[in-house]
Design a protein around this ligand. Structure first.
Ligand code: FAD
Length: 476
């Protein structure tokens, strides 16, 4: 007997889930109806955006083009519309007579507000709205402390996160039937937002390329992740953040591959490495639940006692930091890797963020915004979490008095200077000793490379004094 389907036509609204495999809402949409209208609503802004830039938009365009081809291969048509998502979706519902709209939930406050608005508007016209959990294994208030409050500290959160059963990955949607004759814009490109290419060498976009990255990560990176992950030279980490951000891979698929490796391996080093990596996956969800419970972290310090610190705003210093011209080789290498590739190793994200806040005393929000505009994996929750961690103001952050010394960080993580020399060509022939300590007096390491913008020890003392004064003011 043929399957009785609830709806003749439904809409699947793609957002940060640009794939056919292990896609919760798409899977449900296909099961609910004979006809699925897959749609992507292109955001209407043009020019400058506080939270994104050419790098991530370029990757997004590549991922959408790949998705369009994959949907066509499955028999369907990806529809592109441009405007405010709620308006465009309502129009599409009317045009197609769809009985339901399916989407995967967005963890950011902006996406959450949109979902709430859409749910009301669709309910008013009798259309179902299904917003599914997809981009995380555990979200919102799913994991709480014993007393029912949200977690503020990672270790107990991680304990509960690791112990909870995890959903299995869903199979790929193999066949999509889209009603004919629905108007669509072309797949967007950078010109859509009035942007020019950044010139950064980005990873290949799309589900196929993402799965290749996953295989490489599992076979070559995860088994040695524990020993290598802090070394920034070469590929020592999975580089899957870009796929988690755009949803070119499903988190369930990623998790179960890694959990499978953990279960099968008899090698203690491999097991420890994979477990360490799974802890990082939990950090991502820790920050997402922080953002869910405390959306005001996007404006304020998570910890109220650090609100109102006298951060500085110095355009010239900020620009030298962005350009990788601070005269601190490790900091400059990180900033230049970011500009050249849209990616920066985690150790470097910590070093450059701590340098901006603790050595230059600039407001962490300036760095947060720049990272969002330039990172191909720019993720609001993790980026905010990382910046507030580095500024010493966040949930489970580095205590403000633990200030990393860029020179000692170089000794620990790039002792031979391979990473620095890779990204700062002016220092290619500099002696190793020159990368590990500030130059004496006005001696330049290379004629083309600037002297350090500040003296780390002096700025460290200034930062400690700034925090101490702030504490005193609060107490008095
Ligand atoms: C200042 C600062 C800003 C950051 N901004 C972002 C951002 O915009 N987007 C982003 O995805 N990550 C961000 N991170 C976290 C981390 O640096 C990246 O997730 C990581 O470098 C991505 O590389 P990978 O995929 O090879 O990671 P791996 O080391 O292979 O880790 C696997 C996955 O775990 C997650 N993860 C790892 N470390 C962290 C962490 N510290 N916090 C949250 N999740 C983590 C990521 O999803 C990552 O893909 C930031 C960290 C700092 C200190």
């Amino acid at each position: 007997m043929p399957r009785m389907l609830k709806h003749q036509t439904v809409i699947h609204w793609f957002r940060r889930d640009l794939r056919l495999t292990d896609n919760t809402a798409l899977h449900s949409a296909s099961a609910a109806s004979s006809f699925v209208v897959p749609v992507y609503v292109v955001s209407p802004w043009a020019g400058r955006h506080r939270w994104t830039g050419p790098v991530r938009q370029e990757f997004l365009c590549g991922a959408l083009a790949s998705l369009e081809r994959n949907i066509a291969a499955a028999g369907g048509t990806l529809i592109f519309r441009r405007g405010q998502a709620a308006d465009e979706l309502i129009k599409l519902v009317k045009e197609t007579g769809a009985g339901a709209v399916f989407t995967n939930r967005d963890p950011d406050p902006h996406g959450r507000a949109l979902e709430e608005q859409l749910a009301k508007t669709l309910a008013a016209v009798g259309v179902e709205f299904h917003a599914c959990k997809d981009s995380v294994l555990h979200d919102r208030a799913e994991l709480l402390t014993g007393s029912g409050t949200p977690f503020r500290v990672f270790t107990p959160y991680n304990k509960v996160w690791q112990a909870r059963p995890k959903a299995q990955p869903l199979p790929a949607v193999k066949s999509i039937r889209t009603p004919a004759g629905i108007a669509s814009l072309p797949c967007p490109d950078l010109k859509t937002w009035g942007l020019s290419p950044s010139g950064a060498a980005l990873p290949e976009a799309g589900e196929h390329a993402a799965r290749q990255r996953l295989k490489r990560a599992l076979n070559l990176i995860l088994p040695r992740y524990g020993e290598q992950r802090n070394a920034p030279f070469g590929q020592t980490t999975s580089r899957l953040s870009v796929d988690l951000r755009h949803g070119t891979l499903g988190i369930r698929e990623i998790y179960h591959f890694a959990a499978g490796l953990l279960a099968e391996s008899k090698d203690a080093t491999v097991r420890k490495s994979v477990q360490t990596w799974l802890n990082e996956i939990a950090w991502r969800e820790f920050y997402m639940q922080i953002l869910w419970h405390w959306p005001n972290v996007l404006e304020h310090e998570f910890d109220p006692k650090f609100r109102g610190l006298p951060w500085e705003y110095d355009e010239a210093k900020l620009q030298r930091w962005k350009d990788g011209l601070t005269g601190f080789p490790i900091v400059d290498a990180g900033m230049r890797e970011l500009r050249a590739t849209g990616f920066m190793h985690n150790r470097l994200r910590m070093i450059t963020a701590m340098f901006l806040t603790k050595d230059l005393h600039l407001d962490w929000r300036l760095g947060e915004e720049y990272f969002m505009q330039t990172l191909v994996d720019g993720e609001v929750a993790s980026n905010n979490g990382g910046w507030q961690w580095s500024a010493g103001t966040g949930a489970d952050a580095a205590p403000y008095f633990r200030i990393q010394n860029p020179w000692s960080q170089t000794k620990s993580y790039d002792p031979e200077g391979q990473y620095i020399r890779r990204w700062v060509p002016e220092l290619k022939d500099a002696p190793q000793s020159a990368l590990l300590a500030p130059p004496e007096g006005l001696f330049r390491v290379s004629k083309d490379y600037p002297l350090p913008i500040v003296n780390h020890h002096e700025e460290r003392d200034r930062t400690l004094a700034m925090f101490a004064r702030h504490k005193e003011r609060q107490m008095g």
